[in-house]
Design a protein around this ligand. Structure first.
Ligand SMILES: [Zn+2]
Length: 266
């Protein structure tokens, strides 16, 4: 059984998810070929499908309990059961933090109009909120109206900029491209490094084909440039990474073997 908890210095990261599925990789990366996917070991199953996961990371840092991203809340989706199974008490969550405001990252913000994490403040990347709260964008994005606007109305939504300190061990890093204000979170504690990747990469094959963009990347040139910078840095410093859409539990490192970069899951 995979290990759902990793420690980075004094920080604990707990892997949770809101659903795991497999799919045809060419649906998400239509400009690629299945032969290219077969080049990289461990990415495809025997039916040429690749695994997808809607990941959430809970973090214990500096006496705070933080939830990063809240899944999609499809009918029957497991995030609430996952929280219970992994001893993450909803009432004890201090902060809910978003890497970005796509529907698969904000889905469980509220249940029946009430905050799922009743004692938490919610923290969103400022540029993403500015983008989706524009009337012309908002009217086409029901998920923002359902899962973000009520937080603002309840006055429990805060906005963060590049370099924002979530705790003194966890810092927001602007990593734009997938969305206008996409953020990742760098963790530094007791000489160790961790990183919550968000959707800078959505599939581990992008360790190897770093130029590849998923259909969901809103600005593909920016997403590609960000991905190169971030993955180069994580490879160089050996950070323990939590990658939300990578196979369960989504913890691992970017490593270079014989000149090529790979994702090495824990
Ligand atoms: Zn996503």
């Amino acid at each position: 059984m995979p290990d759902y908890t990793v420690n980075v210095g004094n920080v604990e990261m707990i892997s949770l998810h809101d659903g795991i599925s497999t799919g045809n990789p060419l649906d998400t990366f239509p400009d690629t070929t299945i032969e290219q996917w077969r080049e990289v070991p461990g990415i495809l199953d025997e039916n040429d499908q690749t695994a997808g996961r809607m990941g959430t990371t809970a973090v214990r840092s500096g006496g705070k309990l933080i939830v990063v991203d809240t899944g999609l809340q499809l009918p029957g989706a497991p995030l609430m059961d996952e929280l219970k199974a992994k001893s993450v008490d909803r009432d004890a969550v201090d902060l809910v933090v978003f890497t970005h405001l796509h529907p698969d990252h904000i889905g469980w913000n509220l249940i029946d109009g009430k905050p799922t994490f009743p004692n938490a403040r919610y923290l969103a990347p400022r540029q993403d909120w500015d983008y989706w709260s524009k009337p012309s964008v908002l009217e086409k994005a029901a998920f923002i109206g359902d899962q973000m606007v009520p937080l603002d109305d309840l006055d429990i939504l805060d906005l963060m900029d590049d370099g924002y300190n979530v705790t003194n061990e966890m810092t927001a890093v602007l990593t734009p491209g997938h969305t206008p204000g996409h953020m990742s979170f760098a963790i530094a504690s007791n000489g160790e490094r961790g990183y919550i990747l968000g959707d800078v990469a959505g599939n581990p094959i992008q360790a190897y084909f770093t130029d590849w963009c998923a259909t969901y990347d809103q600005d593909k040139d920016a997403a590609r440039a960000t991905r190169h910078t971030v993955l180069d840095g994580l490879e160089a410093d050996g950070s323990m990474v939590s990658a939300g859409h990578f196979p369960d539990p989504g913890f691992g490192r970017f490593v270079r073997i014989e000149g090529k970069r790979y994702w090495q899951g824990v």
